[in-house]
Ligand binder design. Structure first.
Ligand SMILES: Nc1ncnc2c1ncn2[C@@H]1O[C@H](COP(=O)(O)OP(=O)(O)O)[C@@H](O)[C@H]1O
Ligand SMILES: O=P(O)(O)OC[C@H]1O[C@](O)(COP(=O)(O)O)[C@@H](O)[C@@H]1O
Ligand SMILES: [Mg+2]
Length: 426
């Protein structure tokens, strides 16, 4: 696993950041938390895999007085986007004295002239109160753009550092843009800041917006429980986001311990048959007179049947929430059992809220460390959080896979323990 960080050149300009602790490039955080694994790697003559520690460097590659930076947000919305934008602008301005920061509108569309989106000027004043707002003040979009057009725009605007805030798709775009920059031998740094409400980016212990999403989702589970216990044979069915990963559903269920069933994309389930979900649900209703079901949007796609892909190539999912609601209603009707099912889909409500303090703090750390990396001339990398430490990770490593809930791991085992749900398989 190559964890070396690409650099535009030697950083020679002394950093103006005097009162904070600096970090050198040879300070690293071990990838593996198991001492036994690390010892074995050393015994076998390997260098244990590690990530470069994030933080301010002694020297800068860019001269702040001449530097122009740009910020772009792409992909789906996520709580905390505005916190990151604001913290990037404030760190550039106050820590490094950079006076030129551009806001690229509507994702990568903003770098392609034919869309005609105006470029925004970002100053401490213009980003003054954006942290209380949900969404992104820059706007976002999906869909690929020509790499040549985007690199042209960066060169034309004389941008030295591009901060790209987005998910796995955005990180793939960062990799392509860096390739385009390299082919032209241009001196432009691109720094990725991982955004994913689904928490599914590889090599990231955590992503911003996730804590907020779980906090709001947990409140919705409480509402579902109130509804379920409020009428005979009540069912509260909650659909949460999570296209390929069931992290929000799993953590929200653990936060409240009111969920009796958690269905996630990673864990296949049978609907029919004596061991299937409907039969198990019937037993629960007959025994306990109520049930709370939490389903991640990417679960049960063999039943919900989505079609095609969105502009970015992500699969368009079938609506498993509506599908389950109808399947459950029909099943109990067929059995002649009274049922009171309340279906709640809070997906976009959750995505649009202001970040929790915990996420807001996290956003500040990520943004500060992104700026430190860019100023030092690092590029084609992502700021990450690995086992509670801030680190720099090559983009090309991050885009090699997607993080999912491990079915033999601690999280899922804890969910199974908390719900008592079976496997829904013979
Ligand atoms: N391989 C790629 N090359 C260039 N651009 C890409 C690539 N993959 C994704 N993108 C672009 O990155 C942006 C964000 O991607 P998307 O998947 O919508 O969201 P997210 O970044 O949240 O995963 C979109 O404009 C998309 O077209
Ligand atoms: O309706 P949209 O904007 O396509 O977003 C829906 C998707 O966005 C997400 O919240 C996050 O996905 P991204 O990583 O693509 O931003 C998914 O959970 C969800 O499937
Ligand atoms: Mg994505």
């Amino acid at each position: 696993m190559d964890t070396a960080i690409e650099s535009l050149g030697v950083a020679r300009i002394p950093s103006p950041l005097k009162h904070v602790q600096h970090v050198t490039d040879d300070e690293c955080i071990l990838y593996d938390s198991s001492a036994r694994n690390v010892e074995q790697q050393i015994r076998e003559g390997q260098t244990p895999v590690s990530f470069m520690k994030a933080g301010p460097r002694d020297f800068m590659y860019f001269d702040p007085s001449k530097l122009k930076c740009a910020v772009v947000t792409a992909g789906g919305l996520c709580p905390g986007l505005n916190n990151v934008i604001r913290a990037i602008v404030l760190t550039l301005y106050y820590s490094y004295g950079v006076r030129n920061v551009l806001g690229i509108r509507y994702g990568f569309q903003g770098l392609v002239p034919q869309y005609g989106h105006p470029i925004l000027e970002l100053t401490p004043k213009s980003v003054g109160d954006i942290a209380e707002l949900g969404g992104t003040v820059l706007g976002s979009s999906r869909g690929p753009q020509s790499v040549e057009d985007m690199v042209d725009a960066l060169e034309r605007m004389n941008v030295g550092i591009l901060f790209a805030i987005g998910g796995d798709g955005t990180m793939r775009a960062v990799s392509k843009i860096c390739e385009g920059i390299r082919n032209r031998n241009a001196k432009i740094s691109v720094i990725g800041i991982p955004k994913t409400i689904d928490n599914d980016i590889s090599y990231m212990s955590r992503s911003f917006g996730f804590n907020t999403a779980v906090t709001v989702a947990a409140e919705v589970i409480t509402a579902a429980h109130v509804e379920a216990t409020g009428s005979p044979n009540g069912i509260g069915l909650v659909k949460l986001m999570g296209r390929r990963a069931g992290f929000i559903a799993s953590y929200a269920a653990l936060a409240k311990r009111d969920a009796n069933f958690v269905l996630i994309p990673e864990s296949d389930f049978d609907l029919e048959g004596p061991h299937g979900f409907l039969a198990v649900l019937e037993k629960r209703i007959l025994d306990r007179k109520h049930a709370v079901i939490v389903v991640a949007e990417g679960a049960g796609q063999q039943y919900a049947h989505g079609e095609g892909t969105d502009e970015s190539g992500n699969p368009r999912l079938g609506d498993i929430g509506i599908f389950l609601k109808e399947a459950i209603d029909e099943y109990f009707k067929g059995k002649g059992i009274e049922l009171n099912l309340k279906y709640i889909d809070p997906s976009y409500t959750i995505r649009s809220v202001e970040a929790t303090s915990d996420d807001a703090i996290f956003c500040t750390f990520l943004a500060q460390n992104a700026v430190h990396a860019g100023m030092a001339g690092k590029t084609n990398m992502v700021v990450g959080n690995w086992r509670d430490e801030y680190v720099y990770i090559p983009v090309d490593l991050v885009i090699t896979g997607r993080k999912q809930v491990e079915l033999d791991g601690k999280l899922w085992s804890s969910v199974l323990e908390a719900t008592g749900q079976p496997s829904f398989k013979p």
